[in-house]
Design a protein around this ligand. Sequence first.
Ligand SMILES: *Cc1c(COP(=O)(O)O)cnc(C)c1O
Length: 419
Amino acid sequence: MKTEISEELYEKAQRFMPGGVNSPVRACKAVGTVPLFIDRAKGSHIWDEDGNEFIDYVCSWGPNILGHSFEPITAAVKSSCDKGLTFGACHKGEIELAELILKHFPSMEMLRLVNSGTEAVMSAIRSARGFTGREKIVKFEGCYHGHSDGLLVKAGSGLMTQAIPSGAGVTEGCVKDTLLAVFNSEASVEELFEKYGGEIACVVVEPCAANMGVVPPKQGFLKFLREITKKHGALLIFDEVITGFRLSIGGAQSFYGITPDITTLGKIVGGGMPLAAYGGRREIMECIAPLGSVYQAGTLSGNPCAVAAGIAMIKQLESIPDLYKSLDSKAKLLETAMKNAGLNVNRCGSLLTAFFTDKSVESYDEARCCDTEKYARFYRHLLNSGIYTAPSQFEAMFVSFAHTDEDIERTIEAISSFS
Ligand SMILES: *Cc1c(COP(=O)(O)O)cnc(C)c1O
């Protein structure tokens, strides 16, 4: 595989951006390769600047559930662009997208459109605090909720990849109200509620964790979170930035049958454009300005081109027959191939991770014990076989509608030949 052009570009990029990247995991430090500079992508395949072609299982970390450059979405964006890139004012598309989202997420009675998952979760937490008048929040080790200060404590994703326990530059004051619980441990949550019950505004959780690698909730865990939050007058926030429109069209809440008070969406909801959302029960959302005193705003929020992409995406998800069944069965084939190759794999729908450890992975501490050197070898083996996956043990593999039988077969062959 030739990587001369990517290497040259990486050299140059490092002069202008920290680590040469605009998001840390992209630097590929954990897998010991040079980051590939992508030129274009179509369907399930991406091409780098050196002309290498790969079957892509990163799919932009989730948004491209229908594959890259899916025509109905790109067409919607193009025609929206022709009418103006941004107005900073109301437009019809916002209503159409809001209606589409609320239809599939009935737990959300109202919502706000924002620009990133980080913003969505940060605003959701502010709303929970404003609504309850309480200050503390509970988050789980290994869950990632974007890079706002109060949530960068034992967070998953890039922090886990680089073994940064909590980010520098985050003051003690910012995290003093963040209480940490252990994913899948009811006892750890009970303990916090016993100690701080009346002070806890919300519990925020990835209903299926996907930022420490994929770690599904144990049977009954989400129901337990629903009950204990209700009992103590705290809100339950499902961070569905990955799982929304992924595990089912109604996200993890429909998949597991648990109703949160507030939901955050990102990634897929923007159809590949920078768009995210948060929403919940009407009485909570009515606390937000201009109706209430919780402030949240955005110059580009509800951007017409991003909204057009979101609308086109959801309409496609609605219209493709058996979409989620087909995603599930493709992912299952990969899971089986990994198991046959002796790998330890967690899967939930079209999200999966091969963990390089003998023990089952149900929480952050178990995920952290993985042999990341071996993962790096696995990554390089796949890359050399023409398969592009996440350059970190602590991320998911994303299967898309665009992956063909042939793609899956080639991937299975590559997995089988790993030793
Ligand atoms: C990606 C992600 C975020 C952050 O979204 P950005 O758009 O990267 O800011 C938040 N929560 C979860 C669960 C995510 O996977």
